[in-house]
Design a protein around this ligand. Sequence first.
Ligand code: GRF
Length: 218
Amino acid sequence: MAARRRTAVLISGRGSNLRALIEACARPDASAEVVLVISNRADAAGLRHARDCGIATEMIPHGAFATQVGFENAIDRTLHEHAIALICLAGFMRVLSPWFVERWRDRLLNIHPSLLPAFRGLETHRRVLAAGVRFSGCTVHLVRAEVDDGPILVQAVVPVRPDDDEASLAARVLAAEHRCYPMALELVASGRASVVDEHVKIDGATAPDAVLLNPASF
Ligand code: GRF
């Protein structure tokens, strides 16, 4: 089996997607291994989980740097020190500059809790509910310079229910996120996903043939 791709996960908080990635990479046939977790916040709960799993952690607080480029250089240096091949942004609450994104082009993944390109940006679930759409979901994509933009690797659709509030919708989407992110990382790490004309092609992938209606009955 080919060497596993050394993967860093960048977080700012809870780290539930980080957990899902670590768990998936623990499988003997996984193509990636999580070897480094970087947080810009010392209180990120995900840091402790990573340490408990014996994974190297680095705290790089953005506030300690006079400039954004200084912060990003510190991240970039740390990634190289750990011989990182792939990066997963998982609730990392800092926008990365175009130079950094370009340097890691097609090796930098992000997850967003909507069906991109709809509802880019923050407060996603609040805006989804305000729009009255009947489906939401999540997207794992390769990162480009624009926020929440780039070739799409994996998406999941979840229904919006009539009695949903932000918390209930977020929980439903999050459960889908935990399935999508490991799948997307595996596709990239195994080399089965490639970018052609800014679209992701996946070797041997099939699409579902089901049509979902919401309401399902009335
Ligand atoms: C997730 O909803 C993710 O889509 C968004 O930030 C949240 C991070 O959650 N980018 P967690 O830290 O992985 O639990």
